[in-house]
Design a protein around this ligand. Structure first.
Ligand code: 1CP
Length: 350
């Protein structure tokens, strides 16, 4: 036990979460494993479909480690996808090449009969096997982040059957039949608690909850479908694992961040690109770690524009509880050298 504590205190990533602002700040990037890396594209080919890759512990661990080998990030995020949860619950998910996810949509309560938490064991087990391998294979100073999608965002894919621009079908169901929609959110909340608990048991040091479509909701709907289910997940994890930090990512909801922080009990908030640096400072002043928020397109552009914005973010967050990251995931067009430029710039800051 003492050894475990000694190891974890060496991890720089965890310092802002224990109240210690460090310079340079810890750095990792959302979608740091992915198509911008040639070695990812090679492994992806070998794996077959995208979900085959997510469920193959040896290959999923390999693609998780690729960006760590190249850049030595302070944190590594499990390679998987938020849509593993509906897939494991029994709603078949496919990824059409170049087209994103496809699901057979569930648009009313009767469709929920297709889902069952008791069937998730095998698929969750394969993902957790990846987590255990990673905890063995990662350098000991690298923090391992486990994750899931937030119930609201996962529900939008289950209801729409694909990615959408306005999440209209899900918002419509929530207005038309709030009690029925709440059943779907409850199933996802329960499944997320089980899934994240297993990831922590397998070796995840930190959890991030991705709510990519949180920004499409009205204030009262945000409270009901984002804040309350997230709070349930966070509090369930905290009652069993109080030392495991949980980061929320309510993308597009900068104007509701104070409310999100207060209502969910998260230890950190990942901030999207449109979130003002002043709001990130406010988050940090409340004793919560702010993470973010460089525009992923600046990482495509590179050059001086990239350096200038990295410096602005570092200056604004200097001496505060902060983790350097993007405002959203790395896009496939990104040159790997620009990622190296970014990491070096952050690491050389004082
Ligand atoms: O190989 C490929 O071409 C597949 C591309 C890809 C990758 C690399 C998808 C399909 N998922 C992932 C990995 C992934 N997804 C990770 C791995 C860890 C890392 O960050 O390196 C994570 C955390 C996710 C989370 C995820 N999946 C989110 C939340 C974050 C976000 O991007 O907003 C969402 C919304 C998804 C759904 C999804 N999976 C894949 C795609 C293309 C999408 C988006 C579909 C859409 O709405 O357009």
């Amino acid at each position: 036990m003492q050894d475990v504590v000694a190891k974890s205190t060496e991890r720089r990533f965890l310092k802002p979460f224990s109240g210690e602002a460090i310079n340079p700040p810890p750095v990792w990037l959302m979608r740091q494993a992915g198509r911008y890396l040639p070695e990812y594209r090679a492994t992806r080919k070998e794996a077959g479909s995208f979900l085959d890759l997510c469920y193959n512990p040896s290959l999923a661990a390999e693609v998780t480690l690729q960006p760590i080998r190249r850049y030595g990030f302070d944190a590594s995020i499990l390679f998987s996808d938020i849509l593993v949860v509906p897939d494991a619950l029994g709603q078949r998910v496919t990824f059409a090449e170049g087209e994103g996810p496809r699901l057979d949509p569930i648009r009313e309560v009767a469709g929920l009969a297709r889902l069952s938490l008791t069937n998730t064991g095998e698929k969750f087990g394969r993902v957790c096997e990846t987590v255990s391998r990673l905890r063995q294979d990662l350098p000991r100073e690298t923090t391992l982040i486990g994750f899931c999608g937030a119930p609201w965002t996962v529900a939008t894919y289950m209801v729409e059957g694909r990615g959408s621009t306005d999440q209209g079908e899900a918002r419509g169901w929530a207005y038309r039949d709030p009690a029925g929609f709440a059943q779907l959110i409850d199933i996802l909340t329960e499944a997320s608690i089980v899934y994240l608990t297993e990831q922590i048991k397998a070796g995840a040091d930190v959890i991030q909850i991705f709510d990519s479509w949180a920004g499409s909701l009205a204030e009262n709907q945000f409270q009901q479908w984002v804040v309350l289910p997230t709070a349930r997940i966070v509090n369930a994890l905290k009652s069993a694992y109080p030392h495991v930090p949980v980061i929320g990512f309510p993308r597009g909801a900068a104007s509701q961040l104070a409310h999100f922080v207060e209502g969910t009990n998260v230890d950190g908030v990942s901030c999207d690109t449109s979130c003002p640096l002043g709001v990130m400072q406010m988050v940090a002043a409340r004793g919560v770690v702010a993470q973010g928020n460089l525009d992923p397109l600046l990482l495509v552009a590179g050059g001086e524009a990239l350096d200038r914005r990295v410096d602005e973010i570092l200056d604004a967050m200097h001496g505060r509880r902060f983790v350097f990251n993007l405002g959203h995931g790395i896009v496939p067009e990104t040159a790997p050298e620009h990622v190296a430029q970014l990491v070096e710039r952050v690491r050389r800051s004082r």
